[in-house]
Each structure stands twice: as C-alpha cells, then as structure tokens.
Design a binder for this molecule. Sequence first.
Ligand code: SF4
Length: 522
Amino acid sequence: MTFANRNEQWKHDKDGLEIIKEIPALADKAFKDIDPGDVERLKWAGIYAQRPRDGHFLVRVKLPSGQLTAEQAEVLANLAAEYGKGEIQITIRQAVQIHNITLRDACDILPRLKAVGLSSVEACGDVPRTILGNPLAGVDAEELLDTRPIVEEVFQFFLGNRAFSNLPRKFKISISANPHDAGFARINDIAFVPAKREGEVGFAAYVGGGLSAEPYLAKRLPFFIRPEEVKAVAIAVATLFRDEGYREKRNHCRLKYLVADLGAEAVAAKVEAQTGALLRGGEEVTAPWNYGRFYGVHAQKQAGLSYVGVHVTNGHIAAEDLKAFAALAKRYGQGRLRTTNSQNLVLLDIPESAVEALLQQEIFKAYPTEPGFFTGYASSCTGNAYCNFAPIETKHRLHALTAALDAAFPEVGQPLRVNLTGCFHACAQPQVADIGLTGGRARVGEETVPVYTVMVGGHLGKDAAFAAPLAGRVADAKLDACVKALVQQYLDLREAGEPFHATVARTGRDAWQSVVDQYAIG
Ligand code: SF4
C-alpha cells in the first residue's frame, strides 16, 4: 500500500497511542537514533519535539474548559520546577505546557500527571485535542447551562479512543454556553454555542473553522442541539472527518477544507445520517465578544462568591507563582482555578468578605487583575524561545510593544488587541486580532532582521470577521512607530464607543494600508 505522505504511512504502520508505552525505551536513545515516525507519534503522548538537536521536548497537558484544581496546579508547578526550568506556558487553548524536558523526564512526568487526574494523551497529533470551553462554566451568572458535564463526557469519550486516533489532522472542539463567545467558536472544527428554541435551552453548532495560512470561519449547521445530543454530534463530525477528510497534502487536510467543499447543508445531512434527525432552528444567544478575558472581581452565580480574573503576560508563569496562586485558591476559595484561552488565570469561589484581603497579596503586582488595555489584551505564540518553526522572538517583543502602547495611549479607554505570531502557522491567532502581526526575517541593508506583516480589524463573536491583510513588511526597528500610527489613526477616526475592528470596517482597508505604507520596507 502506498500513502500520499509520510505522516499517513506512519499512522498506518503503528497507532500513535502505541508510543506511550514505548517512551522508556526511547528515552535510552539519542534523539538522532529515534525513528522519525516515533518522533511524530510522541505527539499522541502530548510530547512535542521542541529542540530536537539538543534533545529537548515539551509536554502539553489538556485542561478541558480550563478546569484546574489547586492540587493539580501544585503538581504542574512542581514538575515545571524539577524539569522545565521553573516555567509554565498557558496556551491559547487553555492547555498548559512545560518546556525543556527530556524523554527521561517524561517517564516521571506522565504518571505524576495521571495521579492527579491530568493527562497529556492526545494533546498533540492528528487526534481530537483538548476541549475548549467557558472558563467560568459552573459559576457563570450568564451561562445558559453548566457545560462541565458535557465537556467531561465528550472529553472522556475521545481520550485515547483508538477509533479516532488516526484522523487526517488535528480536530478541535469547543463547547460553551456563555453568550460572549468564550469558546472562540468560529475558529474551531466543531463548536457548540448557546441557543434557545421555543424556550428550551441547548446549542447551535458551527463546523469547519480554522486559522493557519488559509483561515476559514466555521459555518453554522442548521440544528438546534439538545445538551444530551452534543456528544453524538461531536462524534458524527469526527467520524465524517476521519472517513472523508483529505489525507493527501498535509496543509490541505484540516476539516475546514472538506466543509468548504461540501457546504454546510451536505455536512448536516451526513451528520444526521449518523445521529438520526435533529431539531432545526433555534436562536443563538449572543452578547458582545469578551475576547476570552475575565479580568477583575465579578459575582458568581453562587450568592456571596466572586471570581477573580488575573493577567498572565503572554501566558508565561513561573512555577513558584502558579504554586502561589494554588495556595491562594485554597486559602481564600475552594481550591479551584481556571485557565483561559487568552492565556490567563481565574481564581474561583472567593467570598465577598475575603476579596479585599486576597487582592492585597504581593503577587498581584506582577499578575494584575486590571491590566492595561494593550498589555492585558495581547497574545503571542511561543516564538523562537521554544518553537522550531519560529524565525523570531515573540513574547518579550510583544510585551515591549504593548507596554509602550499603554504608556503612549492612556486615552484609549477600551481593549485594543495586538497579537504577534512567529510564522504563518498563526498560533497566536493574528487573524482575529485588532492588529495582527506575523513575524519573519528579511535582509535590510547589511543585516537580516525580524520583519512583520500586518493585518487589521479581526474579531470573533457575533458577525465574526478575519482581519484584513495589509501589503508590505515592517522592519523591527520601525514596528513600534508603525503600530503607534495605526492606533493614533483609530483614535482620530473612531466614533463614540466604537471598537477598533468596527472603525476598520467602517473606514475600509485602504485607510490602514496607507499607514503601513509609510513604514514598510521596499
Ligand atoms: Fe511556532 Fe509559528 Fe506557531 Fe509561533 S506561530 S509557535 S513560530 S509554529
């Protein structure tokens, strides 16, 4: 049998899940002696080759809907302190990553994760990934229903399930009943969003979204899905992807291409062929997008309790600080935290009477609950500190830029989201940012320097739209000036209360291209 590419060959030769029991044997080998197929299969264990030449990997831990107990946070912090240079990254899909580990380290890490109910299994690879969801699930005064049992049911069904361990590519599920699009629905393969039909609470569904070099917004399926039907619909879409998804060119294997070719009605018919007839119609319950941010102190649905949203700069948190937050969650709350898809943290269950004492803690100076409108709403990918693909450093660069913007534009008065991604893979989601930056390198004069392409006006939630790409590349030395000029133009053109993306939509792409033209290299 011949296969269209080596990944399909590898998956056929040996199921990716087989690698989990082989890790101790692989740990005895030098990286260069490990079969390339096994390096790929390590993703099924949640282990990703970070810096293969020096034998370093990352482990990604799945946190469905961002749920994390204080005990689990302590274990993650301990593992990061022992093996990961004392650092943890919160990802834009609510997972966490510990970098700089070896395969020998993984032999200790995986059982210690399992002992506290955590798993890295299928956190990477051509499989159903962790389930994105509402970080406030269960405490959210605005959620239509508590999605935790649904998320858990779907998560447990797919976890390590060999019927779905050989998909054409990764498969991303989002389940949220929060009206502010807390689950970033339209950039997922299958997303469930809150809806009502004749007074009944359930979900609408979107299918076939994704970013990377060729972004697609997910398309609405015509169904009203009852809570008890979510799992069946998720399985049906995963089955369609597994059986009919493209497997030839790796950059053309995501579900979004199949959905774009079939159309939403044909996908719906193929789903119903598996689930049986589903209800049609229903109205989505929407409110303005919250950007996945939950900053500050807010009342929970449980009387007398509050949640506290904390900013973690670009998702990078020291192990000792995560441990400190776990201790605070136990001391002031009920030992529960959440991670968000904006790479931040939320502490739950703080009694109103304890909020002031909690906020007096020293740690909130480094992790503010009310961050700046630029620094607090920016996102970056890991960049060249950890990623093989990255031509540039991202996290420090973005923080330097957004800190300068906070200082320069105190009058902005509302969030303005600048996302910096290291390459076309778009892990930092520049297409849904107000100002999206994609890094590269180019020769400028005698030097090869970081350069950036710019896009403007992206957003999710109701009327989601991708940012408009602008022509030209901006050299690093002029990046701050260019972005400041874009922000100044927004301040000059905006109407009262108008967010950045709405100003871009109203004024048109050319107005913004003319700004970038002043800073772009030839
Ligand atoms: Fe790496 Fe590119 Fe993803 Fe950044 S966007 S983490 S550079 S693959």
